[in-house]
Design a protein around this ligand. Structure first.
Ligand code: ATP
Ligand code: MN
Length: 443
């Protein structure tokens, strides 16, 4: 049983390329017109769903090793010519307008099978390395460092909002009795897990109301966030590198047919790039040295849209210059100025930089954001106060530092950014079945 990808015929014989979604490879069905009633044969059109009974034989023709000589064909679901995926070579933009149907195309089938395989790789990697899968909440009252703008969750009647004397919305009668939102990161809760179970990882949906409309951002994406007690910066970078390489290796070992298809149809350098990442040691580059390299490049005539003085947050053009043009391999950038990083990162001796360890990849830019966490209660509080943050909703987090605090570190990997890299697809909207982006929540 499967769906018709194409049908052709000549001299009383027809050939159907049938696909059931389990692999990129179609099975060829061969039938003779005279053995089937005319009505049935007419209904065998691109997109139709068939049940075929026949004999599997060695194929006499080149192009496939075997084929099925059909004895019976039943049309389970006919498909008329309004089917939106008839034509080959439809644009990505067009396919997004029929995102609910595009999994039936070869490319999206390949991407989605790889996506599944990457999820299996991730769970297997962590399980084999002694990490526990830890579930952090999706509805939260804390906003994790303001990692992104949040989607509010409420059961209040928005047409009739109760306000207090100062005009502020009164949440006491809302479902949770306070203002809550969808999570932008499971990290803070993940730290609770790591300081109890030693090594944990999360793998779940993450929501950011980013109005950025880039090919690298979704409003709803999946993030993997391992958090490890007793890890220092070197341990952390070793894990980031080993973990990503494991996932890429898994794809090469388990998704060969789909990768070869994508390498042929989407990106001719894909396999080469995946193999390349496995061979290279990632460069470990302090931010300050990165800035020096970028400044040197500017001196030699390189033009960037955004500034990159010491202290600036690097834009993806800078990250990609370092990775794709300067080093030509993945870079783990470390020790960022504290002004551009989150409050929980461990401060270096210099008092100016923090122990972040972001992984920058060719084509993608930032794929992992990681850091050693500040384990000292006093230092963490000093940073919180310096930033003028409220601690009211963070007390539970600070308890990790109050009682039995320990050195620890962790990172967040954007699942779809990994899939972008592994598939060679260009737009993050095309590596998740139902993308959510600004003004787009249709399917
Ligand atoms: P960026 O600078 O690319 O917006 P970020 O620094 O805000 O990312 P982090 O808060 O460090 O992201 O999140 C950890 C990882 O989650 C990132 O390295 C990236 O892989 C992924 N990620 C972050 N935001 C998004 C998003 N909107 N859509 C998809 N993946 C994302
Ligand atoms: Mn980041």
């Amino acid at each position: 049983m499967g769906w018709v990808r194409s049908k052709r015929g000549s001299k009383g014989i027809f050939f159907i390329a049938l696909n059931d979604g389990s692999t990129i490879k179609n099975v060829q069905i061969v039938g003779e017109d005279q053995n089937f009633d005319e009505e049935t044969v007419k209904l065998i059109t691109t997109g139709a769903c068939l049940k075929v009974v026949g004999t599997l034989v060695e194929s006499p023709a080149a192009g496939q090793a075997s084929e099925i000589q059909a004895k019976e064909i039943e049309v389970l679901g006919a498909c008329d010519n309004t089917y939106p995926l008839q034509k080959k070579g439809a644009s990505w933009e067009y396919l997004r307008t029929v995102a609910h149907m595009r999994p039936r195309t070869n490319t999206f089938g390949a991407v989605l099978r790889i996506r599944h395989n990457m999820a299996m790789a991730i769970h297997t990697y962590f399980h084999e390395h002694g990490f526990y899968y830890f579930h952090t909440p999706l509805i939260t009252a804390s906003d994790c460092e303001g990692a992104g703008n949040m989607f509010q969750v409420t059961t209040k009647n928005l047409y009739d909002l109760k306000k207090d004397d100062q005009g502020k919305i009164d949440y006491s009668d809302d479902f949770f009795g306070q203002q809550v939102a969808l999570t932008v990161s499971g990290q803070l809760e993940g730290e609770l897990g790591a300081t109890a179970l030693g090594q944990i990882y999360t793998f779940g949906p993450t929501f950011r109301a980013e109005n950025s409309n880039t090919p690298r951002h979704l409003a709803e994406f999946w993030m993997i966030e391992p958090e490890m007690a007793f890890y220092d910066k070197t341990d952390l970078m070793d894990l980031e590198e080993d973990f990503i390489k494991y996932c890429v290796r898994w794809a090469l070992d388990n998704c060969r047919d789909d990768l070869e298809f994508l390498n042929k149809m989407v990106d001719k350098t894909l396999l080469e790039r995946l193999e390349g990442v496995l061979k290279e040691s990632f460069v470990r580059l302090p931010y300050t040295e990165g800035i020096e390299i970028l400044q040197e490049a500017i001196k030699n005539g390189k033009k960037f849209e955004f500034p990159c003085q010491w202290g600036d947050d690097l834009a993806s053009e800078h990250e990609r210059y370092l990775v794709e043009e300067h080093f030509k391999k993945p870079v783990i950038m470390t020790d960022y100025p504290k002004e551009i990083k989150a409050f929980y990162m461990k401060l270096n001796e210099d008092g100016k930089t923090m122990q972040g360890t972001d992984v920058l990849f060719p084509q993608i830019g930032e794929i992992i954001g990681g850091s050693v966490r500040e384990e000292s209660y006093d230092k963490l509080m000093a940073e919180i106060n310096r930033r003028g943050m409220e601690t009211e909703k963070l007390e539970w987090y600070l308890d990790t530092r109050r009682w039995g605090s320990c050195p620890h570190a962790g990172f967040g990997l954007g699942f779809e950014r990994l899939i972008l890299f592994v598939t060679g697809m260009q737009n993050i909207r095309d590596v998740i079945p139902f993308p959510r982006t600004p003004k787009n929540c249709e399917f």
